[in-house]
Write a protein of this length. Structure first.
Length: 403
């Protein structure tokens, strides 16, 4: 009896074992931080139990979650549907986001044009009011910026533009923080009577437009053909008359320039068959659909003499890449480009394809994933977003607490 009592006492006095992993908040947080930043991730975690919901709704955890996932996922793309920006998801359930989640009011009589999407913001120009609208779909924030008075549609007209984070290269990598950060707006305008293109930059920090920069055009009726592409410290636009070349705006010097396309590139196709892309080593490239047969690419390199020239990069046979015959593909155009992942969107009669230009892997998004308005390009949209709310700390906390 005494022996049993002594053994029982020893058992009671032994130190407690380490807590299980899922009961240790610090260890659990480290595990949850490694989950993918998909729209359904945090709401699903919050639905497990109250302690998990409390953990992932903590502002400190949300900040660490965004800091870890510096590169938000590609949620989909915006396209211009008869003057109204419409969102189209590229994700599969349960991460696909209905287009109704990103509503945008529009006053009767307003004439809008979707100009581009970058760093979590959408850029729209209101021709009726001569205003740019910088819209953050995830937070609902809207900033109206009046165009400079000289761009009144008479002597000078607004043709295009680009929006981007103003936090520098480090800020560009942390797209999750761009929602509340400063931004820059680059305006591209034309003066047909002068046969010149103009550019100037608006800063959200100073709330002022900078000085005008200009370059000559080849034709009087030139305009840009599609959205902008950011490569390094420059923003590029293809001109509608493809023989006219490319507009390049240097973000460091705020200078506008124009240069030609590859001499051996077929220019008989419409401008939507061409796309400025990121080449190997982070340089400037251009892609072209050659009829329905091949996909040709060039890169721009600077020689030992300091002169830049176009060099053929690669040619891809479309039938070999997609496995679809020419008859099945039917009509095909380049309908968008994701500069973050170097992915191009191809619209075909067989569906919309996302093509990774480095690996040449492709994904068929399906015939109904996007609108079939071939006059409107797709502008890829990236953001940290939950299926029930928005990515700012206070909003995320309220969303998770309701999950």
């Amino acid at each position: 009896m005494a022996h049993r009592r002594r053994r029982r006492r020893r058992r009671r006095s032994s130190p407690a074992g380490p807590p299980r992993a899922l009961e240790d908040d610090d260890l659990l947080a480290d595990i949850l931080l490694r989950l993918p930043p998909l729209p359904s991730t945090l709401p699903r975690v919050a639905s497990v139990c109250r302690s998990w919901r409390r953990l992932v709704s903590d502002p400190g955890f949300l900040g660490r979650f965004r800091a870890r996932h510096r590169r938000p996922p590609l949620l989909g793309a915006f396209t211009d549907s008869w003057g109204y920006p419409v969102f189209c998801s590229t994700m599969d359930p349960p991460d696909d986001i209905p287009y109704r989640r990103f509503p945008l009011w529009q006053n009767e009589g307003d004439s809008w044009e979707l100009l581009g999407v970058r760093h979590g913001r959408v850029l729209i120009f209101n021709y009726t009011r001569r205003q740019f609208l910088v819209w953050d779909p995830a937070t609902g924030d809207r900033r109206c910026v009046a165009a400079p008075p000289e761009f009144d549609g008479k002597e000078k007209s607004v043709c295009s533009g680009a929006v981007l984070c103003a936090a520098g290269e480090q800020g560009h990598a942390q797209h999750s923080e761009c929602h509340s950060g400063p931004f820059q707006l680059v305006l591209i305008g034309f003066a047909k009577n002068e046969r010149r293109a103009f550019a100037c930059v608006y800063s959200s920090q100073t709330r002022e437009w900078g000085n005008l920069s200009s370059t000559t055009l080849r034709y009087f009726d030139d305009c840009v053909a599609s959205g902008s592409t950011l490569i390094g410290d420059s923003v590029y636009w293809l001109l509608d008359e493809i023989q006219s070349g490319i507009l390049a705006f240097d973000l460091g010097t705020h200078s506008l320039d124009r240069f030609g396309i590859p001499e051996d590139m077929d220019t008989n196709c419409r401008a939507r068959n061409y796309q400025i892309i990121l080449a190997e080593g982070g340089g400037l490239g251009i892609a072209a659909l050659k009829s329905l047969v091949s996909f040709d690419m060039w890169e721009r390199k600077v020689g030992d003499d300091g002169v830049a020239s176009w060099v053929p990069w690669k040619t891809v046979k479309l039938e070999e890449m997609t496995g679809l015959s020419r008859d099945v593909r039917g009509h095909m155009i380049i309908d968008g480009y994701d500069e973050e992942d170097n992915v191009i969107f191809l619209w075909t009669d067989a569906g919309c394809f996302m093509v990774e230009l480095e690996s040449m892997k492709f994904r068929n998004l399906g015939e109904w994933s996007f609108t079939t308005n071939t006059n409107s390009a797709y502008h890829p949209y990236r953001s940290l977003y939950t299926s029930k709310g928005f990515p700012t700390d206070n909003q995320m906390i309220r969303v998770i607490n309701r999950a």
